[in-house]
Ligand binder design. Structure first.
Ligand SMILES: NC(=O)c1ccc[n+]([C@@H]2O[C@H](COP(=O)([O-])OP(=O)(O)OC[C@H]3O[C@@H](n4cnc5c(N)ncnc54)[C@H](O)[C@@H]3O)[C@@H](O)[C@H]2O)c1
Length: 349
């Protein structure tokens, strides 16, 4: 078991990797607890949940809305939830986001903790204290920054995940390795097949290393004024591709990382040999490395990106495997790079 502390401006948290969900009571305070989960977890794990009232939300991005939060508030009112109640979220990134936001805002803030049940939630969504919901088609537009008291990552949950969800999480692990840890990249490279097969010791090492990277970045820059931007590596194009609907988040980020790595090569920062190593690893992890990209659509999506700064955006490149640099570039420059990256992407328009 690994216990990774996070010490950030909004509070302290600890991520416990490899702890058994069956022992969740050890992490819960005495007194009333409210469990928030989703319909999939309820179907698969109802009998494993601790004996407390349970509220369930639907699944998918459509459930990540203020309407869902409002219906949780109403149920909490019905259950006479007061400030002594501890909220335990059990689920993937969507449950972590919705339950975290609900806990952070109801009665101006309840104590809460997370049991992350997807690989993506264990390595990324559950870690870092951002809790948000979508609004009018914009992702995570409304939210809070508040650290959960704990994040429990039990690899036992992952065995029921569909492969597409495993691959989604692996994309974020590759991202963490690329921006901060050549050792993690080498480990993943040496154990790609075992990672896909979710071999417990391999997964525990990957999750632990990933969390340590994100925890360190969040500890230094919780509100994304600087270094936390590195975590957006691959996400500028990734979000645009995801919004276009053909790729899942992990797949879109994979193509986005290939594009950002290609730009890094073109700018003389990354060697062609390292670029090829990145492509080969992503392919072995069954992540896409090419895409047909509609440049005009991407330009439009990037223009709407909530992280842009006027006509500019913070674009993350690699200065080697394990080292990221953030650069402010104009949206026009980004689009030019996109048009030029025709060896892997197939830009149209
Ligand atoms: N707050 C943050 O910092 C942050 C960071 C990254 C991503 N996110 C958000 O996370 C969300 C994506 O998270 P996700 O990929 O975990 O999605 P998700 O929560 O939708 O989970 C994916 C699917 O797997 C199901 N599932 C969950 N656990 C399972 C299990 N153990 N076995 C079988 N099925 C299971 C879910 O019901 C869902 O259908 C996005 O909304 C994204 O915006 C947030």
């Amino acid at each position: 078991m690994q216990v990774i502390p996070i010490d950030a401006g909004s509070g302290r948290s600890q991520v416990v990797v490899g702890a058994a969900f069956g022992e969740i009571v050890r992490f819960l305070p005495a007194g009333r607890v409210l469990v928030i989960t989703d319909d999939t977890i309820l179907r698969l794990y109802r009998s494993e949940l601790p004996p407390h009232p349970v509220l369930s939300i639907g699944t998918g991005e459509e459930a990540k809305t203020l309407e869902t939060v409002k219906s949780l508030y109403e149920s909490m009112l019905g259950l006479e939830v007061d400030r002594s109640v501890f909220v335990l979220a059990v689920g993937g990134g969507i449950v972590c986001d919705v339950a975290g936001f609900t806990a952070a805002t109801y009665l101006r803030g309840l104590r809460f903790g997370l049991a992350a049940t997807t690989l993506l939630a264990q390595v990324d969504a559950g870690v870092g204290g951002k809790n948000g919901v979508n609004l009018e088609g914009y992702k995570n537009l409304v939210g809070t920054i508040r650290q959960p008291e704990f994040v429990l990552c039990d690899p036992w949950f992952l065995r029921t995940l569909p492969e597409s969800e495993v691959v989604n999480g692996l994309a974020e692990i590759v991202k963490h390795a690329l921006i901060a840890d050549p050792g993690l990249f080498a480990f993943l490279d040496a154990h790609a097949e075992e990672a896909l097969a979710l071999e417990p010791e391999i997964v525990e090492r990957l999750v632990g290393d990933s969390v340590r990277i994100k925890a360190a970045v969040v500890g230094r820059d919780e509100r994304e004024a600087g270094e936390r931007r590195k975590l957006n590596f691959g996400h500028t194009l990734g979000h645009a591709l995801e919004a276009a609907g053909r790729f899942s988040h992990g797949e879109a980020v994979s193509v986005g990382m290939v594009f950002a790595a290609a730009v890094s090569v073109a700018c003389g920062r990354l060697s062609p040999a390292d670029y090829e190593r990145i492509i080969r690893l992503l392919e072995r992890l069954r992540l896409p490395t090419t895409a047909r990209v509609d440049v005009n659509r991407v330009r439009e999506a990037v223009g709407k990106d909530k992280k842009r700064a006027g006509d500019e955006l913070h674009f993350v490149q690699l200065a080697g495997i394990g080292e990221a640099v953030v650069e402010r570039v104009s949206i026009e420059q980004f689009v030019r790079w996109l048009s030029e990256a025709s060896d892997r992407l197939h830009p149209v328009g």
